[in-house]
Design a protein around this ligand. Structure first.
Ligand SMILES: C[S@@+](CC[C@H](N)C(=O)[O-])C[C@H]1O[C@@H](n2cnc3c(N)ncnc32)[C@H](O)[C@@H]1O
Length: 269
């Protein structure tokens, strides 16, 4: 097991920065990247991880939902899911898995501002409690009615070595939200996407802001059908993927076979 940093080193402490939709994000000097699009943290996350993969619609038609997130970061996606559930017709049973190698502390979470989203600002207290209680390894917390968070404080690979996910808990949605392949290449390999496929249902939808051909090729080699979708906030494209090609009917598919051959030929190394 690699070393787990419970608190970021002082010189790598993520810095709070405002984004253009009035919500805050963080800047990581460890990865030299913002956690969200500076044009709008909340707006970007809603578009990429909720609206595009069809999660709000899913909530209205299912009794249960299972989600896996790569990179818990600020916890914004958890709060957004709570907000979508609040607006849905019924309260589903939620199982939310997330991994985070460099968790924030509750003082940082206390300074988040979700802009003109009163319900997100109200549920900030949920985040503060989560970060306050976090221990190394798997943390299981009830964050709301019928909502269980399994937050792994550690590295992605160590989480998968732990075999924590049972067959009955396979994923409906995968939020792939680590930093970009340029600064965090370890989380964009075929092996990573094979691991994500192994914990997912056939009808899963994986979504990510990343539109890099190399990342799409790694997904294809990892066993996913892959498609382009409209990007958020002025970005041309993002990527969605599934283990069932029919789930991508509304999007423009890439040629997985060609991309896989290019990947195997070393075109992206
Ligand atoms: C883009 S940011 C977080 C986004 C987060 N979903 C949010 O809305 O704030 C990516 C996160 O992935 C975490 N991360 C990067 N590499 C990781 C790894 N190998 N294992 C676990 N977490 C990792 C970073 O520490 C960071 O918090």
């Amino acid at each position: 097991m690699r070393e787990i940093h419970l608190k970021p080193l002082s010189q790598e402490y993520p810095k709070i920065t405002p984004t253009k939709d009035g919500s805050t994000t963080l800047y990581s000097s460890r990865f030299s990247q913002h956690y969200h699009n500076p044009n709008g943290a909340v707006a970007e996350s809603r578009h990429i991880f909720f609206e595009t993969p069809g999660l709000p619609k899913f909530l209205n038609h299912h009794e249960k939902i299972t989600v896996f997130e790569t990179g818990f970061g600020t916890g914004l996606n958890l709060l957004l899911l709570l907000d979508y559930i609040r607006q849905s017709t019924k309260i589903p049973l939620v199982t939310y898995y997330s991994v985070e190698a460099y968790p924030l502390d509750s003082n940082t979470a206390a300074q988040f501002d979700f802009g003109d989203n009163p319900h997100l600002n109200i549920s900030k207290s949920t985040l503060i409690k989560i970060f306050d209680k976090l221990k190394p390894g798997l943390n299981t917390l009830n964050v709301a009615e019928k909502f269980t968070l399994h937050l792994f404080n550690g590295f992605f690979d160590d989480f998968f070595d732990g075999n924590f996910i049972r067959e009955s808990e396979k994923m409906d949605f995968v939020i792939h939200d680590p930093f970009s392949p340029g600064v965090n290449p370890d989380l964009w390999t075929p092996e990573v996407f094979r691991k994500l496929a192994a914990i997912s249902k056939i009808d899963v939808v994986l979504s990510t802001y990343c539109a890099a051909t190399s990342a799409r090729a790694a997904m294809a080699v990892g066993g996913w059908y892959v498609a382009r979708a409209q990007g958020a906030l002025g970005k041309r494209e993002m990527t969605v993927a599934s283990l069932n090609p029919e789930k991508l009917d509304a999007f423009k598919r890439v040629n997985e076979k060609k991309l896989s051959i290019r990947y195997e030929n070393g075109d992206f190394s």
